[in-house]
Design a protein around this ligand. Structure first.
Ligand code: GAP
Length: 423
């Protein structure tokens, strides 16, 4: 983790929020390459979960909603974690995080005395308005409720029919007791979710649940995450969220142990019933409360786990073996030497041309070895070098990040060369 965190900062993936003022616990900023990686992950998710299907539409709901939403959804009463406090130094911890409790206990020679566990609500309050008392609302604790409160709007404004899904990506906020493990547990994070509405039927809904589990697991594997580091972990009855009939997590084996990356939940009719929402079948006129199967992934956790999973050391060489689809830059273009105007001019031409269809970066600093080193550390799959032969053969050298192999490719075939490899 130390190596990943150092690389993330050094190369511009992730910075501490408000770092110049000492940071702010539970909040993180994404730098120039981090924002690209995260955006690519979200785009790949949207491609699979929305564009790749005929039965899913997307929305983008507001972060702050009428507070009644959170009363009805049960979050104001049931969205809680058990909290204990160290009687000596008053630090607070999640009562169910045994590893952290043990680690803290060591700080007091294993003699820590804890208070009784209290429930602690995770919703983040916000105060709105210009007159006192200000109106209290909440930053959404899950992006999900924005989908449910728009259920009727989506049905009325589109041609969706059950079974169908509503997808959304956006920020959520939780007043976590113990944020930690880098971005893994933050107070502000992004979720990518599908809420899939089905007829209330035990067997059919279970089939959908199993199918969605498979689709989500395959998605991580299709983006080259190591299958050996992925598994499902079903939630025990007493560990399920207040809305879940049954649930499983896709876990990744992080350096800090197997950890939840995405939850797949059978929410039954819990939410639509609470909001008093029903569905009427346009053909049979039958009215019922649909059941919901949800896939809820963390964008920041996926980003962190893709970083960890792709981190590769090969002798002195460090590179991120990111799938090209999510790599921040697809290609880096260099002139062999930075002080030869004829090389630079030709390289700029190649760069501008490639830039029309993919995210490309430029580097003309230092020597070629240093540039490869820098691109390897941010996971750029291909480096293109314009050299003294380019003028003669109208070709460039393309160096592959993973094999280090170099190919000589004609400039007019470059687009095709990369597009074939990005499919
Ligand atoms: N709508 C269902 C829901 O929110 P969840 O299991 O509480 O379910 C879904 O959260 C996903 O959101 C998690 O699997 C995780 O990836 C991400 N997530 C939850 N809390 C987080 C936190 N404090 N920091 C970063 N990601 C978090």
């Amino acid at each position: 983790m130390q190596k990943i965190m150092a690389l993330a900062k050094r190369r511009g993936f992730i910075f501490q929020s408000s770092e110049i003022y000492g940071g702010y616990q539970g909040f993180w900023d994404y730098g120039p390459v981090g924002v690209e990686l995260k955006k690519n992950i979200k785009n790949e998710w949207w491609k699979t979960m929305v564009y790749g299907r005929e039965d899913v539409v997307g929305i983008d709901a507001s972060i702050v909603m009428n507070p009644v939403v959170w009363e009805k959804s049960g979050h104001l009463t049931a969205f809680t974690d058990p909290l204990v406090e160290c009687k000596e130094c008053h630090k607070r911890f999640r009562a169910d995080h045994d590893d952290l409790l043990k680690a803290h206990s060591k700080e007091h020679n294993n003699k820590t005395e804890w208070t009784e566990a209290k429930t602690f609500n995770l919703m983040t309050e916000v105060l709105l308005g210009t007159t006192e008392p200000k109106e209290k609302s909440y930053l959404r604790g899950e992006i999900t409720q924005g989908v449910f409160v728009n259920f009727k709007n989506v049905i009325d404004s589109t041609r969706v029919k059950i079974p169908f899904g509503i997808a959304q990506i956006g920020k959520a906020f939780r007043n976590e007791v113990t944020p930690g493990n880098f971005t893994f547990r933050s107070k502000e994070f992004e979720q990518m979710e599908l809420e899939y509405f089905v007829k209330p039927d035990e067997k059919d809904s279970e089939k959908t649940y199993e199918k969605l589990k498979e689709i989500r697991m395959d998605w991580y594997k299709s983006l080259s995450m190591n299958p050996k580091k992925l598994h499902f972990a079903d939630h025990a009855h007493d560990k399920r969220a207040h809305y879940a009939k049954y649930a499983t997590d896709i876990e990744y084996e992080a350096p800090f142990g197997w950890s939840e990356m995405e939850g797949i939940h059978h929410r039954g009719d819990y939410d639509l019933s609470n909001h008093g929402l029903k569905y009427r079948d346009g053909v049979t006129n039958e009215e019922y409360t649909p059941w919901v199967i949800e896939t809820s992934g963390g964008v920041d956790r996926a980003t962190l786990f893709f970083l960890i999973d792709s981190y590769t050391e090969d002798g002195n060489r460090v590179y991120l073996k990111l799938n090209p689809k999510i790599a921040p830059y697809k290609v880096a273009v260099f002139p062999l030497l930075g002080n030869k105007p004829e090389l630079t001019a030709k390289a700029r031409e190649v760069y501008q041309e490639l830039k029309k269809s993919m995210v490309v970066t430029w580097d003309d600093r230092g020597n070629i070895g240093k540039r490869y080193f820098a691109q390897d550390e941010i996971g750029t799959p291909w480096c293109v070098t314009v050299d003294f032969d380019t003028e003669k053969d109208n070709s460039v050298t393309v160096r592959d990040r993973d094999t280090g192999k170099q190919d000589r490719i004609a400039i007019d075939k470059l687009q095709e060369y990369f597009q074939n490899r990005l499919r």
